[in-house]
Design a protein around this ligand. Structure first.
Ligand code: KG4
Ligand code: ZN
Length: 332
């Protein structure tokens, strides 16, 4: 079965073709990062206008790379939330047009679920029950997967998402946009133990996260040095921040995996691309637990994960009506 995946929820226009939910025939991502860099963040209206320009070229390229024609497709999958409304509507409208004209099924996909599916695409040995952690620009979700397609959210962020924290810290440290890769790069030159940053302090036992305290601590640290006209240890701050985020994520991840006696953990979302975080979690994990990370190009937004997710939906008989609407605040 050949599924065309379409992803336009944020600032990447992506189209991919996946065969039988496993084999990536093409995976095209047209990034808007240079466009948004100038403004140090994503401007929703600019993002949707750019999707409008690039979505058809992305689909055309995906078909060419897979050496297929539109008529060869068996289904069209598209992200319908969460994300920016205008951006989601572009992908959704194109997907409906293709599915309608070819008389093939349309499958609406939850972007968060798709991030986890990047693992099912790569690792056949990954099977539920398992614990998933989605860490992206807008979300931090710790989930228990009893079966493919069935989720229980165990923990979420009370303030900033993990990626958002990286982006905000990068702004404080003048590292540019997007923040995650910039923080990771400079952190390599720093000492993660050099600056003591706060941990999340919840009054009650919880699997939730909070990243705004570390971000604020960094802001005050920098302001204080600026006032005194002293040097700002950017690399040490970036490295210390990264370590704290990794510790917070690891703590809850391993706590829930152990309490549910889970042997496999899967990660997904842009922050998963961070190599320091990956090696920290690999080092700290209990020896009886395996952790799976998507390959770098499948960590950040892409349409292969959308098509892979749709294959399971079709197997479960879950296709979408043509009245499917965009849901900017869709949760798992
Ligand atoms: O999943 P994603 O591509 O888009 C959303 O669904 O949000 O995630 C984007 C987020 C951004 O906040 C970006 O700074 C972060 O992922 N990110 C990283 C890295 N690469 C991307 N964060 C830390 N380290 C990285 N190497
Ligand atoms: Zn994403």
């Amino acid at each position: 079965m050949l599924i065309l995946g379409i992803e336009t929820s944020c600032d990447e226009t992506a189209a991919a073709i996946v065969e039988d939910g496993k084999k990536i025939l093409s995976n095209v991502v047209i990034s808007q990062v240079n466009l948004h860099r100038k403004l140090q963040g994503i401007v929703p209206e600019i993002a949707s206008r750019r999707h409008l320009e690039t979505i058809l070229p992305a689909i055309k390229q995906a078909l060419q790379q897979a050496q297929l024609e539109l008529e060869n497709l068996d289904a069209v999958a598209v992200t319908y939330g969460p994300g920016l409304l205008g951006s989601l509507l572009i992908g959704l409208t194109i997907a409906k047009g293709i599915a309608y004209s070819l008389e093939i099924p349309l499958i609406g996909i939850n972007h968060l679920e798709a991030h986890l599916y990047a693992n099912f695409l790569l690792y056949p040995e990954v099977t539920p029950p398992l614990i998933g952690l989605i860490i992206s620009g807008g979300h931090t979700e710790l989930v228990y997967l009893s079966k493919k397609g069935e989720y229980e959210v165990m923990g979420t962020t009370r303030d900033d998402a993990a990626g958002e924290a990286f982006d905000k810290v990068a702004r404080i440290l003048n590292l540019g946009y997007p923040g995650g890769p910039a923080v990771e790069k400079i952190a390599k030159k720093g000492d993660p133990q050099s600056i003591k940053l706060p941990l999340d302090h919840f009054k009650k036992e919880t699997l939730d996260f909070s990243f705004s305290g570390i971000k604020t601590a960094i802001l005050y640290y920098v302001r204080n040095l600026e006032k005194k006209g002293e040097h700002i240890p950017v690399a040490n701050l970036a490295a210390s921040f990264q370590l704290r985020v990794a510790q917070m994520l690891g703590k809850n991840l391993f706590k829930i995996a152990s309490s549910k006696n889970i042997k496999q953990i899967i990660l997904g979302g842009g922050v998963t691309a961070n190599l320091f975080l990956r090696s920290f979690l690999e080092k700290e994990k209990p020896s009886n637990i395996e952790i799976f990370f998507p390959s770098p190009e499948l960590c950040t937004d892409n349409a292969a994960m959308v098509a892979a997710c749709a294959y399971v939906k079709i197997e479960r008989g879950e296709t979408s009506p043509f009245s499917l609407d965009a849901q900017p605040n869709l949760s798992l």
